[in-house]
Design a binder for this molecule. Sequence first.
Ligand code: OXD
Length: 313
Amino acid sequence: MTRTPTLLLILSPAWRGIEDTSLGDGRLRLIRHGRDAYDPAEIDYVLSFRPPPGLLAKLTGLKAVFSMGAGIDGFLAGGDYPAHLPLVRFSDDSLSAEMAQYLLLYALAHHRGLRLLEARQAAHDWQEAMLPRRTEDTRIGFLGLGAIGSYAADLFIRLGFPVSGWSRGVKSIPGIKSFAGPDALPAFFAQSDIAICLLALTPETKGILNARAFAAMPKGALVINAARGAHLVSEDLLAALDSGHLSGAVLDVFEPEPLPKDSPLWSHPKITVTPHIAAFSQGDVVARHVLAGIAAFERGEMPDNIVDIARGY
Ligand code: OXD
């Protein structure tokens, strides 16, 4: 008789309901870190977002690790990830669709001048002549063109926006102007009226949203960061907003999280703060993804979405 694989859940309380999805239907033995006693050698798989430092190395029978999210910096940041262990990122069209909704919401609000329209309504001020800028004049620049970025970019293209993307290597995606490598960053930012950061956090991308980037951007540009807080140098953003060069920023991610109550980002008039909700991994979808991944490993196959540990994403 084949042994039921054991999955260790190392999850925040927000995920308490995950056993009620297909993950709890008996195909796996579930163990909750912090609640159930267990022998480290009996764990076959782990599902987590930010495992405690050093824990994975103690699980001597571990076959693979699954990330609850698309981002896997929570595994690699400490530098102690056991490099031989396959790490599987979460990827699903539902996650890409949620992120695309978030980006469209704030990019369109900026493009169509929502704040101004609201101020005019408050003043009972009817000004038909206030037309938004032409669609082709709002150039959208994506930092990161993986599954999520290219999904969202496609929707912007269909709405008529000029779209470009910056990534480590050249990408050839129809309709998207590709910029690649650090040397191309100034030219990329110079033609981004809305710069959207969806990059993986690596030593190369940390602090990529900085004073140089903002100075290169066109006057009045908007920055959206839905990747990781450490991509942004907050002081540089505040300076670029206060000087009037940038017109706004939409921030979903912060360093640290939760954003401290006394952070100036909360109350800045040109900043929109959301609490890391741009895209949320739905428990039942994650469960299907993990079950399919474990079934593949148990058959001796590699599932899709394996992270390149050396590259960092
Ligand atoms: C993710 C996230 O990585 O939610 O999926 O940040």
